[in-house]
Structures are given as C-alpha cells and as structure tokens.
Design a protein around this ligand. Structure first.
Ligand code: SF4
Ligand code: SF4
Length: 68
C-alpha cells in the first residue's frame, strides 16, 4: 500500500461498463483490465488515493472509502 493514503477507490461491478476512462486518466496507471475476466481492476500497491477516478467515471461506479 502507498504510504499516507487515507482513502481508496472501490469499483461497483454492476455499474461499471468497462469503458476504461478511469484507467486512461489515472496518474499512476494502476487501473487495468483483467484480460481473463474482462473486469476493471485497481492495483492497490500503486494507487495513491488521489480521487481522480471517481471524478471522471461516467457511470458513477467508483466510490472512495476510508482506509481501514
Ligand atoms: S484514486 Fe487516483 S491513483 Fe488511485 S486508482 Fe484512482 S486515479 Fe488512480
Ligand atoms: S470509468 Fe467507470 S465505468 Fe468506465 S471502466 Fe472505469 S469504473 Fe468502469
């Protein structure tokens, strides 16, 4: 996990249309498409919790949640 991160994004599968906009605009390039399942996945080892992906998702499929 990235040190100092206080929130992390979660993707709601049922809302996501797999458009990949979030992955294109993530400054850390840590959102990718799993070639096996087709799902959009976030690599939490690199996500810094900047909050850009929920802001740009056209489906409102991403929510920031507090780190536990
Ligand atoms: S919160 Fe920021 S760094 Fe993390 S996945 Fe979203 S855009 Fe990328
Ligand atoms: S921007 Fe939203 S709808 Fe598009 S792939 Fe990302 S989470 Fe899914």
């Amino acid at each position: 996990m990235v040190e100092g991160r206080t929130q992390k994004p979660l993707i709601e599968e049922t809302k996501c249309n797999r458009c990949r906009v979030c992955g294109l605009l993530c400054p850390d390039l840590c959102i990718t498409r799993d070639e096996g399942t087709g799902r959009i996945v976030i690599d939490y080892d690199y996500c810094k919790g900047c909050g850009i992906c929920p802001a740009v998702c056209p489906k409102g499929a991403i929510t920031m949640v507090l780190e536990k």
